[in-house]
Design a protein. Structure first.
Length: 528
């Protein structure tokens, strides 16, 4: 079923009185009440790339560096750095006053071990690790990264804004196997995670960490002074958009991270509600195919799916008919960014169902089951799976659309098992444009195989080109390499792009100070 059909009831419900959702009513001004984009099921922001977990991470943890709205890395936990003349040693000094929520000081060894764990999970981190001889901590406030060869993207790595973000944890937690998620949350950020009030599917609670010392600069995205004005932050998970809208309008919530676009006009008519573009860089919708298991271990079958995709169907189903909020973009780099190139996408992504059906027949597809993991509680992602299911049925595939909550999708997509053993064939997601702007940061164009991102596309030639792109000094050469990397990934269907869109966030006029960026930042938000 398409989302447009489902919305009829949702919009009608939003316009009629509803029973109040079960949300605690704290003293006014004491608690910031946020309705998050989805349920939080995985707490470890290094183990998963789920945006909701990164948002949680930004509450609890801090980073050595962060990027501002111009994408410039700026010191955060770091006081600054020095680089040797041969570019092989980066010496980073920690700023004063850093301590974890258990009141132990943040030491350079905590940073070193945290970054080593992150490097095993993140594509850019893996490139940094490959160029690193050792991580050295000459004293508790100094971290040295000693390289085997110059790596010009050291700061880009340490300041990476999107999941997984290189958050700093205590050494004892950071030594956890990177393939296993951490469940104990001890960071050094402006808010503590309240474990005994965490109820998955219902509520997440954070309280202000009085030991946090903000930087003196004005906040800008995830940089600058992170001042916690609210003593307490509550996430109240409300999967139904109509119920969430009603909660915001009644004042039972202060901030709704991702209102359904079809409800925006109604919300914006309310004098007590404000809206704004949360991430001005936009987001991409994508389809990821499991290339370890049949049928998508066959590139001919992947090509048939790519041929059948019509981005207009996906954008209208998930974002709506307002084309001011979305565009077709047949590139794995976001349209409007330096390396975006749609030439191959325009040639291959024709939306031709008949041609795709013939390609599938020529590939000797024999009816293998295609398991699509599809969230019922994520209005921006669920419709993508619905459209894919309809499309694949039209070209003759045996489709099993398995509906579950987003948290279960996040957990199941890590499985490399066959579909008969709990594995999967396709999942859909969205991500901020900043996460996909170049070959070093984007998992969508990396051919790392089983060591890479879910879907596990493998191409050693691609990986060599990525390393050459990092090392290239000439802008023209970097441009040619970046486009070649994207073209190879799209021609082999590493990822199928479904369109580019923008999101608004909604909040009551009783709060102010919400910052733009790729995450939901609780600092700087305060009563009006």
């Amino acid at each position: 079923m398409r989302r447009r059909t489902l919305l009829t009831g949702a919009v009608a419900a939003a316009m009629t009185p509803l029973a109040a959702p079960a949300i605690a009513q704290p003293a006014k001004g004491a608690t910031l009440r946020l309705i998050p984009q989805s349920n939080l099921t995985v707490l470890d922001p290094i183990w998963t790339t789920a945006t909701v977990t990164s948002n949680h991470g930004y509450h609890v943890f801090d980073t050595l560096y962060a990027v501002d709205s111009t994408m410039r890395p700026r010191p955060q936990m770091a006081d600054g750095h020095e680089v040797s003349d041969d570019q092989l040693t980066w010496r980073i000094r920690l700023r004063d006053g850093l301590k974890f929520h258990d009141n132990t000081p943040v030491r350079s060894v905590d940073c070193a071990v945290s970054l080593q764990r992150w490097c095993q999970r993140d594509p850019l981190g893996q490139l940094l690790a490959a160029a690193t001889a050792k991580w050295v901590t000459p004293d508790d406030k100094t971290l040295e990264i000693r390289l085997t060869q110059p790596f010009p993207m050291v700061l880009d790595a340490l300041a990476k804004a999107d999941a997984p973000v290189p958050f700093i944890m205590p050494e004892r937690l950071a030594r956890t196997d990177p393939m296993k998620p951490i469940t104990e949350m001890v960071g050094s950020g402006p808010y503590r995670f309240v474990a005994d009030e965490y109820v998955t599917g219902s509520r997440v609670v954070y309280t202000k960490f009085d030991g946090y010392v903000p930087r003196s600069e004005a906040p800008n995205w995830a940089t600058g002074g992170k001042v916690a004005y609210f003593p307490r932050v509550e996430w109240n998970v409300i999967p139904d958009p109509a119920t969430a809208s009603a909660a915001l309008r009644r004042g039972e919530a202060d901030w709704w991270e991702r209102p359904l676009n079809d409800l925006l006009a109604q919300l914006e008519q309310d004098r007590q509600i404000r809206t704004m573009i949360q991430d001005p860089s936009g987001r991409l919708s994508i389809m990821r195919l499991n290339q370890l298991q049949p049928p998508f271990n066959d590139p001919r079958i992947r090509r048939a799916v790519l041929t059948a995709v019509n981005q207009d169907d996906y954008m209208r189903a998930s974002v709506g008919n307002d084309q001011a909020l979305w565009q077709e973009c047949r590139s794995l780099y976001p349209c409007g960014t330096a390396y975006a190139d749609e030439a191959v996408g325009l040639r291959l992504m024709t939306g031709d169902i008949d041609a795709a059906r013939r390609m599938l027949q020529a590939a000797d597809y024999n009816g293998q089951k295609v398991v699509i993991l599809n969230p019922s509680d994520f209005p921006l992602i669920g419709p993508l799976g619905d459209v894919t299911a309809e499309t694949l049925k039209k070209i003759g595939m045996n489709v099993d659309l398995q509906v579950m909550d987003w948290g279960t999708v996040v957990q199941r997509r890590a499985s490399q098992a066959a579909v008969e053993q709990g594995g999967w064939s396709i999942f859909h997601t969205t991500g901020p444009a900043i996460a996909y702007t170049n070959p070093a940061v984007s998992p969508l164009v990396r051919g790392q195989g089983a060591a890479g991102w879910y879907g596990w596309w493998s191409n050693p030639i691609d990986e060599v080109m990525v390393r050459n792109w990092i090392d290239a000094d000439d802008p023209g050469q970097k441009q040619r390499l970046a486009v070649a990397i994207q073209n190879l990934a799209l021609e082999e269907e590493a990822t199928i792009p479904l369109g580019q869109f923008y999101l608004k966030t909604a909040y009551r006029s009783s709060i102010t100070g919400i910052l733009q960026g790729v995450g939901v930042y609780p600092w700087n938000v305060r009563p009006s």
